[in-house]
Ligand binder design. Sequence first.
Ligand code: 6A9
Length: 753
Amino acid sequence: MWFGTQDYASISQTRHACDQGDQLQSYTWTKYDPREGGVQVIKDARNNVQLTTEFLKVPGGDHGGNWAARIKGEPLDPLQPSRISTIFYLGMEGLGGIDMDTDEEDNGLQGDIKFTGSSPELDDFSIRIVDGPSNTAVTSGPHSEVFKDRIGKSHFMGQPVPAGNIWQAKEFILQSLMKRAQEVIAPYRDPAAGIPDPSFVLQLPDEIYSGSNLYAVQKFFDGEFQFDVFYESASSRQTLSSSTLDEGITALSTSFDQRFNKVFPTPSDYSSKSNKDALETFSQAITSNLIGGVGYFYGNSIINEKFSYEWDEDDEAEDRSASDEKGPRLTEPKKLLTATPSRSFFPRGFYWDEGFHLLHIGAWDNDFGLEILKDWIDLIDDNGWVAREQILGEEARSKVPAEFLTQVPNYANPPTLTVAVTAFINRVKIASLGPSDADLGMDFGMGSSQTPLTEVKTEPGNRSLDPEVATAFLKGIYKPLKRHYDWFRRTQRGQIKQYGRKARSRTEAYRWRGRSDKHVLTSGMDDYPRGPPHAGELHLDLISWMALFSRTMREIAEFIGENDDAISYGEIEKAILDNIEDLHWNEEQQMYCDANVDDDDESYHVCNKGYLSLFPFMLSLLSPDSPHLGAILDVVRDPEQLWSDYGLRSLSASHPEYGTGENYWKGPIWVQMNYLVLGALHNRYAVEEGPYKLRAQEIYRELRKNIIDNVFKEYERTGYVWEQYDPNTGYGQRSHPFTGWTSLVTLILTEKY
Ligand code: 6A9
């Protein structure tokens, strides 16, 4: 963490965790690979400092290896002062301990700082903090007195903190600092004494309490600086030094560039050729941030088995009656390795976001993607349910307003995880058989982006591409996946009785549970217009997701030889496709719609042109010769409807609710939905024979360009990628940096769908 020392006010804006409120100019991993390390650049205009943090993993020994970190800073504006104090802290919870070497603890420590520690998992280790060679002293001006003996000096503290509380380190450390500051400032109450320099007052107390498990080391800088932190695992018998970082980061940077070019090449025929380098830098940054945003979460969460809206009350509620508990309660603790939509605003796992994240992460590192997937699969409970939002433990809860904390065991969210599984299967097939045997889609003038076969298997992260390894993994997750699928079919089933004989299948109709009057949070498209809540309504997006879920389950079953299951998934998929036509197509309006039931028990369509009406097309469920495809493409390409220069709008510009109310899903552009549309075009409608093939190709090219150009332009303009984009101006809006599914732009650029 760090704060400015140019004044006293800056300490109240100490930078620690990612926080939109800090209003940093930008912060981004520029390169990051979880196996190697990475480089992060942080621009803090308020304190006129650009920080670069470098992180390097150094394998060795039997306890997880070593690592090194470099923290360096320089003024953003070299003509202005750049005065900050950095605090590097470490803490340990659970068994084991850390000690700090403090021989001369009189007014700070001069030179290197050393800690030694041990825990059952890490065994013996040491941590050293070493100053860079050229940290500058201030030799003249108003602060020279304070800074003259500062070079190479650290202040520090150590204190005991109860287990489970280290995440609040910032509060503990600042309290300790403020306590000392009160004492130091006392003599200056007399105005005649003048006002002391903040960096003289705002120091840690240079005290270590017995039983300490939280330590902090503070340094003061004015202008350019650098220090390194070395973590050495005793069993590795290695000594790290500054040259480890000098050489390691240079090598990492080169190998990252090379690998990135192979895995996610920016096609040379991309039209904005002049931007190619900048585009590549951008693409590397969003990929690095998605992967750098992966976190490990652990803890209990809040669920409520009994909660129910009136229109959901007739449900069998088997899951809800499973427990006698009433009202919200805490679950057992769970663990989850997961990517996060936005480190600053939604730093936790979200179920349907994760399917998109895993498409991207898996393409970079299959093994890592499967590790994350496995943790999500482990969350599937005995009934087959997974909570939409994973808010595990106190720290995660501290970021969520009370009204959003409780998860309800009959609520769903779009089933996207199996899409990541079939993308993985496809990569396994490409690696062992060659592209012609895999379902690749085709190139039609955008240039090829496939990696040569021979190179695939030797890449890091591709151990799981071995068909035997892949099959074993998939067999391991198949049972819970099937339970999950059955849960969806059972608990989200819709009533078909009000729809007379219209439907060919008497079973396949679906309704999101847990909607409120104005929101269907479970659908993922929170405030998208819908009909009035009713036990008899049927949701087009959900039945479409169920078709895709059935299709992907069939592909998984086929791959691992569950042939009977594969046949029955295929039958369900077919029945669903029939019913999408029978229940959801509205001939007059030439669009797919939700369905609902009125007071006389008559069924009717609820038609809202936008992402919702695209679903059977967007998820590639329609056949390329479907008579309905033309009407859909018209809506897509119509500037009065979904088409904008920046991507497809969530709601038609001609819809009466366009841009109104919360305006979350009533017009703004979402990248993941555009990605789905691009994927449907690229893999199916632009390549398979049909009356709209050329139209689909044209739309694909234009839409792809619009999305890439705008997200890139906004990144350059604002320093961030955003949760969504304004359809009128293209401006990024809402949460940022949002390097969850918005990072799919890398896959769009390199045409991996
Ligand atoms: C709000 C406020 C500090 C909403 O990306 C995650 C989800 C999507 O899955 C969903 O489709 N987002 C989309 O409509 C963000 C949800 C955030 C809910 C919690 C807490 C934080 O205040």
